[in-house]
Design a protein around this ligand. Structure first.
Ligand code: C5P
Length: 404
């Protein structure tokens, strides 16, 4: 998870009435763990769903619920509370509160804080699907967007009322990511990034196959960092057990051939291609249609292999390739193999890591290979490293005006 963007930030977290208030306990924990200070302000209705005591314990600060609160010496809570704030985040944002914001109303402490603010405002709607679809709500949301207010979500899925549809609040982790994303420097604003991540799975028969130990963590971290840097991100993922980073378009595939085809369908729209996947070099020539049976009187099965397409090399060989970045996992002599591989694959930038040793781990150490030489980046967790790599890639991009 991204943390650097939130370290030292001061946020006003405004809670309005809704069952999704329970998610804000976890969100507060994530924000404070990332080094942000969180000043909770609750409407009267929010206190019916979760107590100010809980929110005070989690945020480590007194919670404000009333504009008549005498704890602020000058009685200017509606101005003082947001004075140092990097942003006000309203989560959950109820139908009623969105309507109030759209009309600039100031009839309680939180609404007044929003009208009197001098910082960005982010709202995270949470409501029943019919309330969300109501034309008045949609009008209000359109007005908020037009006023420069960030609307995060909503999600769709099962709701507390038992119905299914749009309107439920983003989960705490996704809300956290969306807030971190808001603060990240927009180094890839307007760029489209296509990535591959994870292993591939090459079937032997309907139940067995050949795969590898790639966890997908590095590729997913890069997808998240690119999205946070303002890019439109398309992630082609092999079989991995990871959540899709917030705001990223994900396409799941199994085999190298499927990954190749998915990339080739979308690459014309990409400004940057990053091949992070550990793609199988070979597949079984003819995978069995039925499960291969084991029997004492049968010979052991034998398989013949054919080569898979090299996705990275195919992208780099296009007549007008995007800025193409490869990865290389080596178990030794990285300096020698890294540059050799970059030249063989004809990519401008190849990121080498001490491969199989880092598969599945949270930390990584990489070397950048390019025509000008090799640069080593300090060991870091994969998300920090992903952010550093996105900054390095952004620095090396051709001028926007030259991009296709
Ligand atoms: O040759 P090697 O597999 O070590 O190269 C690694 C790089 O090439 C990675 O960027 C990987 O995603 C890419 N690759 C690919 N298609 C293949 C094999 C590797 O895109 N069939």
């Amino acid at each position: 998870m991204a943390t650097a963007e939130l370290a030292g930030k001061h946020l006003v977290l405004g809670m309005t009435g809704g069952i999704a208030c329970y998610k804000i306990a976890e969100l507060t924990r994530l924000l404070t763990k990332a080094g942000a200070t969180v000043q909770v302000v609750m409407t009267e209705a929010a206190t019916q769903f979760i107590t100010p005591v809980t929110m005070q314990a989690l945020s480590g600060r007194p919670v404000y619920t009333s504009q008549w609160d005498a704890r602020i010496a000058n009685n200017m809570a509606h101005i003082d509370l947001s004075r140092e704030a990097g942003a006000i985040v309203i989560a959950p944002a109820s139908t009623d509160f969105l309507a109030k914001l759209a009309h600039g109303m100031a009839d309680d402490l939180l609404a007044t804080l929003c009208v009197a603010r001098d910082c960005p405002l982010l709202v995270v709607p949470a409501m029943n699907r019919q309330m969300w679809q109501n034309p008045a709500t949609q009008r209000n949301v359109a007005q908020l967007r037009a006023d420069g207010i960030e609307v995060l979500g909503p999600d769709s899925g099962p709701q507390a009322c038992g119905e299914i549809g749009d309107g439920r609040m983003l989960e705490a982790a996704a809300t956290y990511e969306a807030i971190a994303s808001f603060f990240a420097p927009k180094l890839l604003s307007g760029r489209r990034v296509l990535l591959t991540a994870g292993p591939t799975f090459e079937p032997l028969d309907p139940v067995r196959g050949i795969t590898n130990r790639s966890s997908g963590k590095m590729g997913f971290a890069l997808a998240r960092a690119a999205q946070q840097a303002g890019a439109e991100v398309h992630l082609v993922a092999g079989p991995v057990a990871l959540d899709t980073p917030w705001g990223v378009f994900r396409e799941d595939v199994q085999t190298a051939q499927q990954m190749h085809d998915a990339v080739m369908r979308s690459v014309a729209d990409a400004d940057i291609f990053i091949g992070v996947a550990a793609v199988a070099d070979w597949r079984v020539d003819h995978a069995s249609e039925h499960k291969i049976k084991k029997a004492a009187d049968r010979a052991l099965p034998t398989f013949s292999f054919v080569e898979n397409p090299d996705i990275l090399a195919s992208v780099a060989a296009l007549p007008h390739p995007p800025f193409t970045v490869g990865f290389a996992a080596e178990s030794g002599e990285l300096e020698v193999h890294g540059e050799e591989k970059r030249i063989r694959k004809k990519v401008p930038l190849l990121i080498g890591n001490l491969g199989p040793l880092t598969f599945g781990m949270d930390d990584n150490e990489v070397v950048l290979f390019e025509a000008g030489g090799a640069t080593r980046l300090p060991r870091a967790d994969k998300q920090t490293l992903a952010r550093a790599l996105i900054a390095e890639i952004a620095k090396r991009l051709p001028d926007t005006s030259l991009i296709r």
